[in-house]
Design a protein around this ligand. Structure first.
Ligand code: BG6
Length: 490
């Protein structure tokens, strides 16, 4: 790998995200040579830690990874700690001094990555000070990395965007949607645009409906503080599900560059069909989990910091239309939920059924062709499966569904890169393809806000699904309305 010289400044460097995701990923980059000599990481947070103590916490968070102890020890020598109050201008002066000194010491070529691993309400304050205290280095690159949630509706997202874009230009901003770092999601453009046999049928003439399932087995855990103000619609659909939808539905980019891909995604999002408020009721279903049938798993309302009468949804299923000729009348079903029967992130593309059944009267047997399905398994397995009508050996002619299936072996999965690792490499290399941009955020919030607005008008009857199921029965009815059914888990 090509080494990249850079100083990382991580706001929230003592936090959970940094330790769970960021440091292990940076360590991977170090073992693979993307980071070698010419880099340093400054962690900032309020508590008064020493460099030494900080390094110790970082070693602990990467210790589970393969690397040998000597390598961990040399890696953490690149880490520095700066106690920092995001509101105190003087602290930025100190930070700048440290960054300059490390830039010299490590010959980091004036490149800087500002990583906001803090609550979004502070993004604006930090960005503003980075500007006013002159932390941007005009002689190298300056990149800003931010995590979700990117606002909670269009208005708050715009305010957030304005607050950072006074300091950073769009081409310097990397908004993380970690689903875009997943291998099988990155594989979608390859699948679509390097296989003419698939490209030829990727439209309403051959596809009946598309199902995007982001099922989780876990409950809300300890994140109720955030989740109560978000809910599944904002937490999973506005970002992850719609980003996947865009990669499946967008028109062919002229070439595979960030600019060309974003251009197509923006256009696609602009063509999401907007429902009227009352149409939302027929097209979107929400749910909240209850105990499971045997009473082992507790209800959402029993979780820590969740009020007894919480109306927060932990499940969403929806039908989305895209107003383009390619997708005329093709429903995109999206579904996500917590406490579902199993963790499964997958896409099922259901092709049109054969309407001219020449076997209808064959020897008085019923030969009913089933729709062909292309399944893209994202997690926990990675693979592709095309399910077709075939026959089994034996007497008579019968059709049976047969999978033409490929699954990544455990051996090859051992080489797979974690989403964060992939995304960090992109940031180092200045590639924004796998990040979301402001226009996409604006369009997706516009779409989501209508659903949210309708839901806020009506009190749902929660809880309405048991843990360890696939959600409320209304989710099945949503598909049945148009003669469809979930391919996975009903
Ligand atoms: C996050 C959501 O964006 O994605 C979480 O905030 C959710 O609520 C998580 O659990 C799921 O991610 P993954 O990679 O485990 O599917």
């Amino acid at each position: 790998a090509q080494e990249q010289a850079v100083i990382f400044i991580i706001f929230g460097g003592s936090g959970d995200l940094a330790h769970r995701k960021l440091y292990p990923a940076l360590f991977k980059l170090y073992t693979k040579g993307y980071l070698r000599q010419h880099f340093a990481v400054i962690g900032t947070a309020r508590r008064p830690w020493s460099h030494e103590y900080f390094r110790q916490t970082v070693s602990e968070s990467v210790a589970n990874d393969l690397g040998d102890q000597a390598q961990v020890a040399s890696f953490v020598q690149h880490f520095y700690y700066q106690s920092h109050d995001v509101k105190d201008a003087n602290h930025y002066v100190a930070l700048k001094k440290l960054a300059q000194q490390l830039n010299q010491q490590y010959q980091a070529q004036n490149n800087q990555i500002f990583y906001m691993a803090i609550a979004p309400q502070f993004f604006g304050t930090v960005a503003q000070h980075v500007n006013s205290e002159g932390l941007l280095n005009p002689d190298g690159f300056n990149r800003l990395v931010i995590e979700k949630p990117f606002g909670k509706d269009l208005t708050t997202a715009r305010a957030l965007n304005d607050s950072i874009s006074a300091t950073f230009k769009e081409e310097q901003i990397y908004r993380i949607d970690h689903y875009l770092g997943k291998e099988m999601i990155q594989a979608l453009p390859i699948l679509r645009f390097t296989n003419p046999v698939l490209e030829a049928v990727w439209n309403c003439h051959y596809i009946s409906n598309i199902q995007i399932t982001l099922a989780e087995a876990l409950g809300v855990g300890e994140r109720a503080g955030y989740y109560e103000s978000a809910g599944a619609l904002r937490d999973m659909i506005q970002n992850h599900a719609l980003q996947i939808l865009a990669l499946l539905a967008m028109e062919r980019p002229t070439e595979f560059t960030s600019q060309a891909v974003h251009q197509q995604k923006e256009q696609l999002f602009a063509q999401l069909h907007h429902y009227t408020l009352s149409e939302v009721d027929h097209n979107f279903v929400r749910g909240q989990y209850d105990v499971d049938r045997r009473g082992y798993q507790t209800a959402y309302r029993e979780a820590d910091n969740v009020p007894d009468d919480s109306l927060t949804e932990t499940f969403v299923a929806g039908r989305i239309f895209v107003d383009t000729p390619r997708w005329h009348n093709v429903p995109f079903y999206v579904r996500t939920g917590k406490r579902l029967r199993q963790k499964a992130t997958r896409i099922d593309i259901v092709f049109q059924p054969e309407t001219n059944n020449i076997f209808a009267n064959y020897h008085k047997q019923k030969i009913l062709p089933r729709p062909t399905v292309l399944t893209i398994a994202i997690e926990p397995r990675q693979g592709l499966c095309l399910t077709v009508n075939g026959t089994n050996p034996g007497l008579g002619l019968r059709n049976s569904l047969q999978p033409l299936s490929f699954r990544q072996s455990d051996g090859s999965l051992a080489n797979s890169q974690e989403a964060y690792e992939k995304l960090l490499i992109d940031i180092l290399q200045g590639d924004q393809t796998n990040f979301t941009n402001w226009i996409e955020q604006a369009y997706t919030w516009q779409f989501i806000d209508i659903i949210r607005q309708r839901w806020d008008q009506i009190t749902p009857d929660f809880p309405n699904y048991r843990s360890n199921t696939f959600g409320p029965s209304k989710s099945d009815q949503l598909l049945a309305q148009l003669g469809h059914e979930w391919i996975f888990g009903t």
